[in-house]
Design a protein around this ligand. Structure first.
Ligand SMILES: NC(=O)c1ccc[n+]([C@@H]2O[C@H](COP(=O)([O-])OP(=O)(O)OC[C@H]3O[C@@H](n4cnc5c(N)ncnc54)[C@H](OP(=O)(O)O)[C@@H]3O)[C@@H](O)[C@H]2O)c1
Length: 307
């Protein structure tokens, strides 16, 4: 039986990978760090602990590892550089070494933020130029992962979907509080207004759709970097408006603002939208538009308490 080790199964992506892999008949072992996992077969692991990481991988001898773990609060990383480097670079290196030693494949999550956002519609061959420390750590990790015999680097962008743990308020060691779509829905449900930036563009990525792509990358014989994001290139304002529209809330609650109106420590790329053609062709899958992803999220509303 194929064994899949999911690093960060308490997270949004990790929990969706767990579900997708289960449906495909994998034996799955997930890991958690600061939070308690509601999933069976979960093991506590901090990937900055080199010995513990090697021991877990050596004991399991998985077919593949999917690493979703990161410290990815962008502004926090800017002022906590050593901590960010420990998790995002050293942690990734620990997993890469452990994967290499046990001859298993590593699928590693990176980010659209490795680009500076001056061009947009980036493909995998475009020039990399991180604007902030978080993005720099993710790029360093990409380089480390690319040295092992069997790997894939997946670059998503603004990931959204239901994750019950995010609504509990129990903090994750990732530094993330709640994903943008859940944040917007929470505010809209309460009838509260939302300010959303209208001059920063990205490719919102539905977590369930991303999980399918990650399993595809586990099973693909190809090494390399793959853009695994949504098909739409939209501003946060357009994204929030689509959520309001699909879920039937008043669009008047969503207020467009400029990035200069928002005080953010680290500069964000203006347009980090990704071209997903390579991943679609390689994996034989189709990434969803914002409209399609948000509609699927709405269908899942009735089951969100168990998602
Ligand atoms: N979210 C986005 O919009 C976005 C966009 C582009 C790229 N990405 C990348 O996509 C990946 C997954 O994102 P996500 O939204 O699913 O993240 P998430 O919901 O914040 O989950 C992160 C997971 O990593 C675990 N973790 C954090 N630090 C760890 C450590 N030192 N050792 C072991 N596990 C650790 C967390 O465990 P606990 O919760 O138990 O502490 C959690 O399970 C990340 O690599 C991120 O850089 C995210």
């Amino acid at each position: 039986m194929r064994t899949l080790l999911v690093i960060g199964a308490t997270g949004l992506v990790g929990s969706k990978v767990w579900i997708a892999a289960k449906e495909r008949g994998y034996r799955i072992v997930g890991t958690h760090n600061a939070r308690t996992s509601p999933l069976p077969q979960s093991q506590k692991l901090d990937i900055t602990d080199t010995d513990a990481t090697h021991k877990l991988v050596a004991a399991l001898k998985p077919t593949a590892i999917i690493n979703t773990a990161a410290l990815h609060n962008v502004d926090y990383c800017e002022t906590h550089r050593q901590e960010a480097s420990m998790v995002n670079v050293e942690g990734a290196a620990n997993l890469a070494n452990a994967a290499s030693e046990t001859n298993c494949r590593l699928v590693h999550l990176s980010t659209d933020y490795v680009f500076d956002g001056k061009k947009g519609h980036y493909d995998e061959l475009d020039t990399l130029n991180p604007l902030h420390y978080y993005a720099w750590t993710k790029l360093e990790a990409e380089k480390i992962v690319a040295r092992i015999p069997s790997y894939a680097v997946a670059r998503p962008s603004v990931i959204y979907g239901w994750n019950k743990l995010e609504s509990t308020g129990i903090p994750s060691s990732s530094g993330k509080t709640v994903n943008f779509a859940m944040f917007v829905l929470d505010r809209l449900e309460k009838g509260e207004t939302i300010k959303a930036v209208r001059d920063q563009y990205s490719s919102p990525t539905f977590a369930d759709n991303l999980a399918e792509a990650l399993i595809g990358l586990v099973e693909s014989p190809e090494n390399g970097v793959f853009h695994t994001a949504g098909r739409s290139c939209v501003s946060r304002y357009e994204f929030a408006m689509k959520i309001a529209d699909v879920f039937g809330y008043s669009s008047g609650l969503v207020e467009p603002v400029l990035s200069t109106d928002f005080k953010q420590l680290a500069e964000r790329p203006k347009n980090s939208c990704l071209d997903v053609n390579k991943a679609e062709k390689t994996l034989g899958i189709r990434f969803l538009t914002v409209e399609e992803g948000v509609r699927k999220m709405k269908i899942q509303t009735v089951v969100r308490d168990v998602a």
